[in-house]
Design a protein around this ligand. Structure first.
Ligand code: PLP
Length: 447
C-alpha cells in the first residue's frame, strides 16, 4: 500500500484491519466490534452513548475505577514537568518515593522494588533475579524454575516457560527447558461452589517434595505461583496450601515468588495476597493495579537479603545487568503515587474486604441457573464455569462475553468456558446487585 493510500485508509471510519489485536479472536471482533471510547468510574462509554458496567476492571487492573480526577491530574502535571528520565545511572524523585510506598505496603522485609513496565516483564525480572542471586551466592547449579499447571505469568519466554497454559506454550517450544510444574489445585468434585479458599487441596503443595526428590534441590532456583490463579479461571488457593509451599521452599533453600499481578493492590482485600494468606514470599511480582491501569508499569518486590546479596563488590560496578528503558517512567510513577493515594484515602482495600461477603452472596446466587457447573469467589473476584457446547469448547463463554457487552451493557472476561468478573473496588452494594442481575440474564441468554 502506498503511503498516501495508507493515510486515506487510516482515515476511513471503521477500518479495523491494521491493528493485530492481542489475545483476541481478530476476525470475529472485526466483524462485530466491542468498542469503547470513554470511561468514568464503574463504566465504559460507547460511541453510541451506552454505559457499559466494567465487570472486569479493564483487565483486572483499574482497581480505583476509571478516569479518577486525582490520577488524571497527576499524570497531566507530570507530563508537563518531567516527561522522561533515564533510570539507568540517573534518577528522578518519584521513582524512589513510589518504591518506598510499595515496599511499605508489602509484608515482612520485602523492602526493595525493581521496576518494569508490565506483568510479563515483572515475571521475567523476578526469574532473572532468582538465577543471578544463586550465582552470586556461589550456587550456580540452581537454575531450574518450578511453575504450576494452569499458571499464567505473562508472555515473555520466562513467563510462558513456568506458565501452565497449553496454547501459550505449544507454539513457542525450543527455549522452554529447565522447568517443571506443580499440579494445579482445582478439583471440581472436591471443591465445587466453594466460597473463598477451598478446604480441599493443601496436600497438593507436597508435590513440591516429589519434584525436589526428582531434580534435587541443588538444581532448583525458585518456585513461582499466583496466590490465586486468575487468568485460568479464578482458582483460590486451598486453605493452608501457600504456607505449606513456603515451608517446603525453606526446607530446601528454594526461593518462593508470588506472582501478584492480579492479586496485588486490593483485589483480595489486602495490599497483597501474601498478607491475606500470612505468607512472606522472597519476591512479589506486581503490575496492573499499581497505577490502577492508567500507565503501564510492573515491578518486583524483593526481600532485603536478596537485594543485599547483590550490593557487594566495587561500588562503580553495575550490580544487576537488567533493566528497561521505561523502568520507573515518570508518568507511571506519578500515576502510581496518585493511585496509592486514592487506595489509601478511600480505603479501597478495606472496602474490598468489607464487601467480600455481599459479593460472594451475589455471585453464588447464580448457582442453579442453566448450564452453570461451578462458581468460585474470593475477594472481589468471581468465576462461573459454563457447560461447554458439544464440539465447540469456549464457544458458549465467547457468546456470553459478546452478548453481555452488546445486549446487557456488561464487560466480562472469559477463559475457556469460564466467565470471570473482577470489577473496580469502588463498587457499591447496588453495583454488586446490578452485575449479578446482568450476569444472570447473560447466562440464561446463552443456555
Ligand atoms: N502474571 C499474572 C498473574 C497475570 O495475571 C498477568 C496478566 O494478566 C501477567 C503476569 C502478565 O501481565 P502483562 O499482561 O502486564 O504482561
Amino acid at each position: 500500500m502506498s503511503a498516501s493510500a495508507a493515510h486515506d485508509h487510516a482515515l476511513a471510519p471503521n477500518d479495523l484491519e491494521a491493528f493485530w489485536m492481542p489475545f483476541t479472536a481478530n476476525r470475529a471482533f472485526k466483524k462485530k466490534p466491542r468498542m469503547v471510547t470513554g470511561a468514568k468510574d464503574m463504566h465504559y462509554l460507547t460511541a453510541e452513548g451506552r454505559k457499559v458496567v466494567d465487570g472486569a476492571a479493564g483487565l483486572w487492573c483499574c482497581n480505583a475505577g476509571h478516569n479518577r480526577d486525582p490520577i488524571v491530574s497527576a499524570i497531566q502535571a507530570q507530563a508537563g514537568e518531567l516527561d522522561y528520565a533515564p533510570a539507568f545511572q540517573f534518577g528522578q524523585p518519584k521513582a524512589f518515593a513510589l518504591a518506598a510506598r510499595i515496599a511499605a505496603l508489602a509484608p515482612g522485609d520485602l523492602d526493595h522494588v525493581f521496576f518494569a513496565n508490565s506483568g510479563s516483564e515483572a515475571v521475567d525480572s523476578a526469574l532473572k533475579i532468582a538465577l543471578a542471586y544463586w550465582n552470586i551466592k556461589g550456587k550456580g547449579s540452581k537454575t531450574r524454575l518450578i511453575g504450576r499447571e494452569r499458571g499464567y505469568h505473562g508472555v515473555g519466554f520466562g513467563g510462558i516457560s513456568v506458565g501452565g497454559i497449553v496454547p501459550n506454550r505449544k507454539f513457542f517450544g525450543s527455549l522452554l527447558t529447565g522447568v517443571d510444574h506443580l499440579p494445579h489445585t482445582y478439583n471440581r468434585e472436591e471443591q465445587a461452589f466453594s466460597r473463598g479458599e477451598p478446604a480441599w487441596g493443601a496436600h497438593l503443595a507436597d508435590e513440591l517434595e516429589r519434584i525436589v526428590a526428582l531434580h534435587d534441590a541443588s538444581t532448583i532456583a525458585a518456585v513461582i505461583v499466583e496466590p490465586m490463579a486468575g487468568s485460568t479461571g479464578v482458582l483460590p488457593p486451598p486453605k493452608g496450601y501457600l504456607k505449606r509451599l513456603r515451608e517446603i521452599c525453606d526446607k530446601h533453600n528454594i526461593l518462593l515468588v508470588f506472582d501478584e499481578v492480579i492479586t496485588g493492590f486490593g483485589r483480595l482485600g489486602f495490599a497483597f495476597a501474601a498478607e491475606r494468606y500470612g505468607v512472606v514470599p522472597d519476591m512479589i511480582t506486581f503490575a496492573k493495579g499499581v497505577t490502577s491501569g492508567t500507565v503501564p508499569m510492573g515491578g518486583v518486590l524483593v526481600r532485603k537479603g536478596i537485594y543485599e546479596a547483590f550490593m557487594q563488590g566495587p561500588e562503580h560496578v553495575i550490580e544487576l545487568f537488567h533493566g528497561y528503558t521505561y523502568s520507573a517512567h515518570p508518568l507511571a510513577c506519578a500515576a502510581g503515587l496518585a493511585a496509592l493515594d486514592v487506595y489509601r484515602d478511600e480505603g479501597l482495600f478495606e472496602r474490598a474486604r468489607a464487601l467480600e461477603g455481599a459479593w460472594a452472596d451475589a455471585i453464588h446466587g447464580l448457582r442453579g441457573l442453566p448450564g452453570v457447573l461451578d462458581i468460585r469467589s474470593v475477594g472481589i473476584v468471581g468465576a462461573i464455569d459454563l457447560a461447554p457446547l458439544k464440539d465447540a469448547p469456549g464457544r458458549r463463554a465467547f457468546e456470553a462475553m459478546d452478548r453481555a457487552f452488546h445486549e446487557f451493557d456488561l464487560m466480562v472476561r472469559i477463559t475457556g468456558d469460564t466467565i470471570a468478573v473482577s470489577p473496580p473496588l469502588i463498587l457499591t452494594e447496588s453495583d454488586i446487585g446490578d452485575i449479578a442481575d446482568k450476569l444472570g440474564k447473560v447466562i440464561r441468554a446463552v443456555a
